[in-house]
Ligand binder design. Structure first.
Ligand SMILES: NC(=O)c1ccc[n+]([C@@H]2O[C@H](COP(=O)([O-])OP(=O)(O)OC[C@H]3O[C@@H](n4cnc5c(N)ncnc54)[C@H](OP(=O)(O)O)[C@@H]3O)[C@@H](O)[C@H]2O)c1
Length: 260
């Protein structure tokens, strides 16, 4: 399907690995110039170099997006390199799991600093540019925002907040011509899930296949998602093909969410 992404400028956070790296690759394959952001300079530069090596345009912007000024600096860097911004994918996120009573205020602040406030600051900084080009913004949530659980209190709260923020911003987007949507993926094959599986293998002594099977069964899915599953949907969501998709929160979840 032709997505008409050629010549667009995209900003993707959390693009050094996992879901964000594949979103950056997919948008670049579609013809976008991509500004990638994360903290790990070597990994990030390697991702950008892969895109450039494949004939695309990419900028590696190394930053800790929890810092209040970092999202605006990222937007400035994208404009300096590529002349504007059409697409923002606020993907970076990391929230600590575990017993609610073992989580500190610092853990909560850390989770919200990256996955909520960085999204808010990025949207605020990019908005005039998105408005000028009738662009599109996607925030990354997670199914725990719709199906919260006790072992993931921070992540569940942050993901629900991301969806609410997107919905609120979509209202403004109707006036300004900026499409805003959110996506809630279920479990996706990335380093964060592999860490979780390895920890469970060590704790239980059970084989990895058993842990994976149990995680899928408990989650209500038949397989983990792939980074391509997510990147393909995002490429559609930010493209002109999705011009009537606005204010939506899409569960990309292999059937996890069992309710309407
Ligand atoms: N994987 C899943 O099962 C799943 C399910 C639902 C939702 N999600 C959401 O999808 C998003 C991506 O998840 P993922 O699994 O791809 O995660 P990941 O593999 O852990 O990658 C996270 C990305 O965010 C970057 N990042 C982390 N802290 C940062 C900071 N302070 N400043 C800037 N960048 C930072 C990381 O790079 P550096 O460490 O180099 O900074 C990395 O590029 C997250 O928002 C996550 O909550 C994931």
């Amino acid at each position: 399907m032709e997505m008409a992404l050629t010549g667009k400028v995209a900003v993707v956070t959390g693009a050094s690995r996992g879901i964000g790296a594949e979103i950056a690759r997919e948008l670049a394959r579609g013809g976008c110039a991509v500004a990638l952001a994360a903290r790990s300079g070597d990994e990030l530069r390697a991702r950008a170099a892969e895109i450039v090596g494949a004939g695309g345009k990419a900028l590696a912007h190394v930053a800790d997006l929890r810092e209040p000024g970092a999202p605006a600096a990222l937007v400035e860097a994208a404009v300096a390199a590529f002349g504007g911004v059409d697409i923002v994918v606020a993907n970076a996120g990391a929230t600590k799991r575990g017993d609610f009573f073992a989580l500190s205020d610092a853990d909560w602040q850390d989770g919200f600093a990256l996955k909520f406030f960085a999204h808010v600051r990025l949207a605020r900084a990019a908005w005039p540019l998105l408005k000028a080009r009738k662009g599109s913004l996607v925030t990354m949530g997670g199914t725990s925002g719709r199906k919260p659980h006790a072992s993931f209190t921070i992540g569940s709260s942050v993901n629900a907040a991301c969806a609410a923020f997107s919905k609120a911003l979509a209202d403004l987007g109707k006036e300004d011509g900026v499409r805003v949507n959110c996506i809630h993926p279920s479990l996706v094959e990335t380093e964060r899930q592999w860490r979780r599986i390895r920890a469970e293998v060590e704790r239980s002594g059970e084989p990895e296949a058993t842990i994976r099977e149990r995680l899928c069964r408990e989650t209500g899915i038949t397989r983990f998602g792939t980074v391509d599953d997510v990147a393909d949907l995002i490429a559609f969501m930010v493209s002109a093909r999705a011009s009537w998709l606005h204010g939506a929160t899409i569960d990309l979840d292999g059937g996890e969410i069992p309710v309407l």
